[in-house]
Design a binder for this molecule. Structure first.
Ligand code: ZN
Length: 453
């Protein structure tokens, strides 16, 4: 039988093995994995000397700032990401359902890659009542904030318990931005009174201890409500210490970290001022290494980008600058460079943390997350020998900066296929707006590791 396309000569990466094989594609799906030279296709792609990874799944993107859904998807594609899970933020006064509809429609019309949605609650007590309706629309995970009380984003324990109660009854999960909000606001008020230099003392406003406390409280309230809790963007050794305890106890927690915490430190970013202002803060070298050690220990479930490019410049007033940075495109190359090239993790762990685990957590498996016959042909061809230097100019976000500006990386995404369609080839974008489809999620599967075949 002749396949639509065969990718020849690559090393296929799975969480538990790496195999030299040809990967055949038909009708947008993987149709066979064969011994080299055995499959015939109408078209062929040469992947000699390259790794074939399952397309990365980014569970954490915010397409509401400098990058729209279309821009985020395009930037993602160039970074080897073939599925994104956007946070559909419902700001105070917004209806959660209306926002989900808006994101879904915009995504279906403009995204070049498949996408799912998390709901994002800001007026939690009220918006939580819309959660049962959201489940019917294929949205089964919901974010609340324990931080940013002054911005009016903070959810108190009462509203968080209510949200978790409703979500647990439907079999989903709650994502919690875990930092002690009110204590941080007190610290910031004290610093304002002292006329403190916020650019110098940024870490005091997003401290590691606040992360540890937030994670602990979120997961414990989750226990009270019998609700799995997903902790995004874990940034510190303190956070890890709490995660280690919770996981050893067998509690329902899913842990995510991001490339900015794995590749950067505040010390190294300081001169870039507000550009490096992200929440939670990027911390110390000790924290950075603790995150890698935690990954080796198996404490992390997934890696997400927290892509949130904001309009800011180095010379802006630090205190007023927005939190966030562009990350989706650098995510996979950064994790590869700092993790695989330095021997901290294996390519197999990349396949788990950036694809298969995330697919299982979001209920997208086996359609997504693995190079297996029957699965969508979402494939990344990565050349581990190519050296390149990150610059805002070679990135596709609308942001005029990247936190990895000037960073030399070894390993580059060369080709990307989404459901069998070649969407990126080197510098060329071959995707199309509207090609991406909405993926209903089915979350709550926090103990997916036990259920692995
Ligand atoms: Zn975020």
């Amino acid at each position: 039988m002749s396949h639509d396309c065969v990718i020849k000569g690559g090393l296929l990466v799975y969480p538990e093995k790496t195999v030299r094989a040809d990967l055949a594609i038909s009708g947008g799906k993987i149709s066979a994995v064969t011994e080299p030279g055995k499959a015939k296709g109408k078209a062929t792609i040469d992947a000699e000397g390259c790794y074939l990874l399952p397309g990365a799944i980014d569970p954490h993107t915010h397409p509401v700032y400098l990058d729209s859904i279309a821009n985020t998807a395009r930037s993602a594609a160039f970074g080897g990401v073939t599925t994104v899970i956007h946070y559909a933020y419902a700001r105070p006064g917004n209806s959660l359902i209306a926002k989900i509809k808006e994101f879904k429609e915009e995504g279906e019309a403009t995204s070049c890659i498949d996408f799912a949605l998390h709901g994002g609650l800001f007026e939690t007590l009220k918006q939580a009542d819309e959660i049962p309706q959201a489940f019917k629309m294929g949205v089964t995970s919901f974010k609340v904030f324990m931080a940013y009380a002054k911005l009016g984003w903070m959810t108190d324990d009462y509203a968080m318990a209510k949200t978790m109660d409703i979500v647990s009854k439907h079999g989903g999960m709650v994502c919690v931005h875990a930092e002690t909000g009110l204590a941080i606001d007190y610290i910031m008020d004290r610093m304002l009174a002292e006329k403190a230099n916020f650019a110098e003392r940024f870490l005091e406003t997003s401290p590691d201890i606040a992360e540890g406390e937030g994670i602990f409280r979120a997961v414990y309230i989750g226990r009270l409500m019998n609700c799995p809790v997903y902790i995004p963007h874990i940034s510190s050794a303190e956070g890890i210490q709490v995660i280690r305890f919770l996981k050893r106890m067998g509690y329902a927690v899913i842990a995510e970290t991001c490339p900015q915490y794995l590749g950067l430190t505040w010390e190294g970013l300081k001169e870039r001022g507000p550009l490096g202002k992200v929440g939670p803060s990027i911390k110390t070298e000790g924290d950075r290494m603790a995150l890698w050690m935690a990954m080796q220990e198996g404490l992390f479930d997934s890696i997400g980008s927290d892509h949130a490019p904001k309009d800011k410049k180095v010379e802006d007033e630090f205190f007023d600058a927005a939190y966030g940075s562009p990350e989706v495109e650098t995510m996979l190359p950064v994790v590869w460079h700092f993790g695989v090239n330095r021997g901290l993790i294996t390519p197999n762990e990349v396949a788990a943390l950036m694809a298969e685990n995330t697919a299982r957590i979001m209920g997208l498996f086996p359609k997504k997350g693995r190079l297996e016959p029957g699965s969508d042909a979402d494939v990344v061809v990565l050349d581990p020998t190519e050296r390149w230097t990150v610059a805002a100019a070679n990135q596709h976000s609308n942001a005029s900066y990247t936190l990895f500006d000037g960073q030399e990386l070894l390993g580059r995404v060369k080709k990307v296929l989404a459901r069998g369609r070649l969407i990126v080839e080197g510098e060329k974008f071959l995707g199309a707006e509207g090609y991406g489809e909405f993926l209903p999620s089915k979350t709550g599967n926090w103990d997916y590791r036990q259920k692995r075949r």
